[in-house]
Ligand binder design. Sequence first.
Ligand code: SAH
Length: 207
Amino acid sequence: MVDRQIVERGVEDGAVIAAMRAVPRDCFVGEEMHEFAYDDTALPIGEGQTISQPFIVAAMASAAGLRPDSRVLEVGTGSGYGAAVLSVVAGEVWTIERIAALADQARARLADLGYDNVHVVHGDGTLGLPEDAPFDAIIVTAGGPAVPDALVEQLADGGTLVIPVGSETRVQRLVRVRRHGGDLVEEDLGPVRFVPLVGDQGWTRPP
Ligand code: SAH
């Protein structure tokens, strides 16, 4: 999976590549999806949600420019797979999920697998986690109509936010926002497809 889907497609961050080799994706999907766990695709995880395609997990983690001591916020825990990958590359990870059943399942799974530098929170990630801010990186794994102000405000100086943004609920551009003091630099990293970001600063209701 890692050689064909990630290295050959141009992900160069060695720490991210090592994390993708280390985290067992099959442990983050149901029994019935085990045979597809290393395929080049998103997979259903229940509640109408998906575990992201491996390439996009690696591409977003490398776009965030993580260091071993980075404090990272992930919005959209889903299965917990992305949080596990981030926790291997970075120092400490907070991940927020709006669907309680998914948050509970991911928390138990991450604890079982020994990813003890991950905190799983149930709530609306479009508001971020002000009490634990600022973050060196914020990675949003669901697509919203715009970049939430709350998340930009919770970026550390020199920090990076990576988020799918689009005017349709399931088609987006991946946007990277970097903070340099009071200045924000925004870049378009290309087209992506994510489930909708539903919340106060996202879409107003599930589709
Ligand atoms: N990173 C996940 C991908 C999950 S899909 C993984 O590796 O499995 C995106 C997730 O974002 C879904 O579980 C969805 O419920 C969640 N989500 C959508 N809007 C949200 C919000 N406002 N706050 C937190 N989670 C949200």
